[in-house]
Ligand binder design. Sequence first.
Ligand code: AMP
Length: 176
Amino acid sequence: MATIDRDLLTARIRDIPDFPKPGIVFKDVTPLLADPEAFAHAIEALADPYGDLGVDKVVGIEARGFILAAPVALACGAGFVPARKAGKLPSSRRGVSYELEYGSETVELHDDAFAPGDRVLIVDDVLATGGTAAATVELVEALGGQVVGLAFLIELGFLDGAQRIAGHRHTSLLTF
Ligand code: AMP
């Protein structure tokens, strides 16, 4: 694809200081999602590095990851798999707990989310400390999936989340 239009994307991301708690600057992507040009560009740019890698499943992390991962899955010719918070998935499931930038959390996947050896792309809006991404990688691999990469809209570089997923390819459209 053409180069990533970082100005277009950056202009549609809003910093909300002290949300959801003091000291956190929340990256609000709702203006980007509301703008069809920026939204379409983000999806194209997220999918582009992985489109030729034979991705079978795209995992989206609850909740904003769902919004990005579903159209990325279609762009890659892959299926969509939701990684959900504890107790939300209806069928037999497995979970991994981890620390967040603001609290602790558990991510779960259905036991039968993948066929053995499925090639999996993980998508989320923000890579912060990397705890969520690392837990999701662990879970995908425990369930027989093969992680081919992780795609983020935003990476908070100062939190060093990339270290937690070292050894896996990852791409971020914007790094702050
Ligand atoms: P982490 O596990 O610390 O990498 O956090 C990543 C998850 O928390 C993602 O699912 C993000 O949606 C959310 N998150 C963490 N920090 C922020 C932030 N500053 N702004 C928006 N979302 C965030």
